[in-house]
Design a protein around this ligand. Structure first.
Ligand code: UDP
Length: 344
């Protein structure tokens, strides 16, 4: 049994991580300032043995009493809509927040795990993107607040590893979907599902030829745990290697939901990556058995295999997810209240 700190633990990925650690018998200290996360994502964990929630902005100094074996830094606005609305908070949590969480891990002798992103590749000129590719990021564009914060996060994590010998892991996360996504987070997957369920037009940005790949959250989180427990420092891509266009995604959502929503085309956001899919670089290919261990059977196939088991899942009543068509007023008020508190 280990004692694990998860920052951003009330967010989409963080809440799944908290569940996974508790399920395997670990203790979890969940830190979140609830700016984009929500208590609703973790309220089913309150009262479970070993679960503690602390409302805290990790861009400010962090102290956690007692022993800590692992620090996983997942706090950050992560959807383009959120980080464009919260640019300075995003830069702070990726820089100051990463520094503070590294300091906590060092003080406790804990293993450190950084949630980085495929956005470090920017609008890539190399395809697929392997871990060896340095990326093509516009530092002064609107997405730069997220991309550069995460790139800084990787740099300072490796500096702690080299200068202090801190045991670190870095994951580059590709597009992920599933329960506990916010229905209003502005991402393609959540927008399309909500629009399809409401019978509203599906908003395709640009001509829909841009590509992504999507990983079901259970598969993605399984990869995180394997990376955490394994020997690869990283950075390590974890995502679905099967690429498809945003138009294909829209068609798949329409088919799965049986919706008769029409398609509408809107402007492509500035610096929106035109092609993105994870590649496996030579370093990791050389460790194919580790790689297989990381992803194993988990990577889902192509667009036809999108997981739909929770589209009309009963859990939707308990936790707001992108699989719900309704955003509760309570959640909107909660997010607004906490955003107002973290003034840049
Ligand atoms: N997108 C879209 N319609 C939407 C939301 C997003 O066409 O309603 C596009 C977006 O421009 C991007 C892709 O879908 O090309 C994936 O966007 P998302 O926000 O899900 O994640 P990203 O990969 O850009 O971080």
């Amino acid at each position: 049994m280990a004692r694990i700190v998860v920052t951003g633990g009330a967010g989409f990925l963080g809440s799944h991580l908290c569940e996974s650690f508790l399920a395997r018998g670990d203790e979890v200290v969940c830190l979140d300032n609830l700016s984009t996360g929500a208590i609703a994502n973790i309220e089913h964990l309150f009262g479970q043995p070993g679960f503690t929630f602390v409302e805290h902005n990790v861009s400010d100094y962090i102290w956690v009493p007692g022993a800590v074996d692992g620090v996983l830094h997942f706090a950050s606005p992560a959807s383009p809509k959120d980080y464009l609305e919260l640019p300075i908070q995003t830069l702070k949590v990726g820089s100051l927040g990463t520094h503070n969480t590294l300091g906590l891990a060092l003080a406790k002798g804990a293993r450190y795990f950084l949630a980085s992103t495929s956005e470090v590749y920017g609008d890539p000129q190399v395809h697929p993107q392997t871990e060896q590719y340095w990326g093509h990021v516009n530092p002064v564009g609107p997405r730069g607040v997220y991309d550069e914060a995460k790139r800084f996060g990787e740099a300072i994590t490796m500096a702690y590893h080299r200068a202090h010998g801190l045991d670190v892991r870095i994951v580059r996360i590709f597009n992920t979907y599933g329960p506990q996504m916010r229905p209003d987070d502005g991402r393609a997957m959540s927008n399309f599902i909500v629009q399809a369920l409401k019978g509203e037009p599906i908003t395709i940005y640009g001509d829909g030829s841009q590509t992504r790949s999507f990983t079901y959250v259970d598969d993605e989180v399984g990869g995180f745990l394997a990376l955490l427990d394994g020997d690869i420092t990283g950075p390590c891509n974890i995502g679905n290697p099967n690429e498809f266009t945003i138009s294909q995604l829209a068609e798949a959502v329409l088919e799965i939901t049986g919706s008769s929503s029409t398609l509408t085309y809107e402007a492509l956001p500035v610096d929106d990556p035109t092609q993105r899919v994870e590649g496996v670089g030579p370093e990791l290919r050389a460790q194919e058995s580790d790689r297989a261990f990381l992803l194993g059977e988990r990577a889902v196939g192509d667009v036809a295999e999108l997981r739909v088991d929770r589209v009309d899942h009963g859990d939707a009543a308990r936790r707001p997810t992108a699989m719900d068509a309704e955003v509760s007023d309570r959640d909107e008020r909660e997010v607004a209240r906490h955003r107002a508190r973290d003034v840049p």
